[in-house]
Ligand binder design. Structure first.
Ligand SMILES: Cc1ncc(COP(=O)(O)O)c(C=O)c1O
Length: 398
């Protein structure tokens, strides 16, 4: 099928959310939507064709642990939104992270990262890599000088996440990618919180961008998956690692992501607006101790966020003066929020890191990561802002 790109014009993000990737796939019985191909294998009468497809000399599919047409359409959509040459997908965001780390790090290598990455990522760095004789150096997230110094000591991989989960710190991707380039290190950025609507790390110098698609890309909290994008060569290496270890995305989940992503830009724009309004409102509330949101002028790295992001995202966190006890009382009162270990969906979702992002960590590890026990992670949904603020107002006025 002919490409839908208009010569000389770059499509906008909304257009890419809708048409990205899909046009390259043959439509089934003239269906307008990408079909869900529930087939483990693909049949060939002609042995030579079968072999050519298996050897990737000819386009096609052999076995769905390797490739699947629905999964491919999802990968192509994300690839276009991230402005990448290639993409490959996984059964979860954690599988994406594990496969990237497993592809590029070997015994004797060194990885430099930040203390504030997602709790599961932290577990990989603290518990899984050191026994494999992979050295891990985790730096204070906002200490860019220290990060640069550690990069220059020599490392194979620089792993970043920005904004961070759950304290919404911002990292200067361009600055640290330049340091990594001069040290010959690969740069991986977890772009889950920002989404490709708000931020494109590859344009800022990163080599690989990854997402937990279970969050904003899907947007409806009904499918689990992960995806990475980058150059053809890097993605080919990660794809090969994944096709062998088997953490493949299912066709049904890929379809849910494709459908969810058609409204990604609309949702994220609304979530950007709602999160900013909630953050501004919370900032002035007497029960609130601190609000973390990169869109606030008071945020430590608001200037960097303004430079590298097109919107500040739908995530914020805030701490209550009453600590954990106040959360126990206030969170159950919210009518328009799920109390759940998820984020990025159309509904507002709240939860403390001790039951969500950092449940795997001990209280000491959370304290070391600068996460107060009284912190609430708030994922703004697409509800009417008057209702979200009204809901918080009632819950907080006790
Ligand atoms: C920033 C970030 N990266 C990765 C993950 C892991 O994704 P998944 O739950 O799809 O494995 C999460 C999950 O919350 C996350 O918040």
């Amino acid at each position: 099928m002919a490409t839908r790109k208009i010569p000389g014009q770059s499509p906008g993000k909304s257009t890419l959310c809708i048409w990205g990737g899909e046009q390259e796939h043959p439509l089934y019985e003239r269906a307008t939507q990408v079909p869900v191909v529930h087939s483990v294998s693909y049949t060939y009468d002609d042995l030579d064709t079968w072999q050519d497809v298996a050897l990737e000399k000819q386009a096609g599919h052999i076995y769905s642990r390797n490739t699947n047409p629905t999964v491919r359409a999802f990968e192509d959509k994300v690839k276009e939104l991230e402005g990448a040459a290639a993409a490959t997908s996984f059964s979860s965001g954690m599988a994406a992270i594990s496969n990237v780390v497993g592809t590029f790090l070997k015994p004797g290598d060194r990885v430099v990262s930040i203390k504030d990455s997602y709790g599961g990522t932290n577990k990989i760095f603290n518990d899984f890599l050191p026994p494999l004789n992979i050295e891990v150096t985790l730096c204070d997230t906002t200490d860019f000088e220290r990060l640069e110094a550690e990069i220059h000591k020599g490392c194979k991989l620089l792993y970043l996440e920005t904004p961070t989960n759950p304290t919404l710190k911002i990292i200067d991707i361009k600055r640290l990618s330049a340091a990594a380039r001069s040290a010959g290190a690969l740069v991986v950025v977890d772009n889950t919180f920002a989404t490709p609507i708000n931020q494109n790390p590859l344009r800022l110098g990163a080599d690989i961008v990854l997402h937990s698609a279970s969050k904003y890309l899907g947007g409806h909290a009904d499918a689990l998956g992960g995806v990475i994008c980058g150059s053809r060569e890097l993605v080919r290496q990660v794809y090969h690692y994944r096709e062998i270890n088997g953490a493949a995305l299912s066709a049904m989940d890929a379809y849910s992501f494709i459908r969810g992503m058609k409204t990604l830009k609309l949702r994220v724009e609304r979530q950007n607006e709602n999160a900013l309004a909630v953050a501004r409102w919370l900032e002035t509330h007497p029960a609130v101790d601190q609000v973390n949101y990169p869109g606030l002028e008071t945020h430590l790295h608001h200037d960097i966020a303004k430079r590298q992001m097109r919107g500040f995202g739908g995530m914020l966190s805030f701490s209550l003066k009453g600590g954990l006890e106040a959360i126990r009382v206030i969170l159950p009162k919210l009518k328009y929020a799920h109390r759940a270990a998820n984020l990025g969906c159309v509904e507002t979702v709240v939860g403390p890191p001790l039951t969500t992002s950092h449940v795997e960590c001990s209280a000491e590890e959370r304290a070391a990561a600068g996460i107060p026990e009284g912190l609430v992670r708030y994922s703004a949904g697409i509800e009417d802002i008057e209702d979200l603020i009204g809901d918080l107002d009632v819950a907080l006025s006790i």
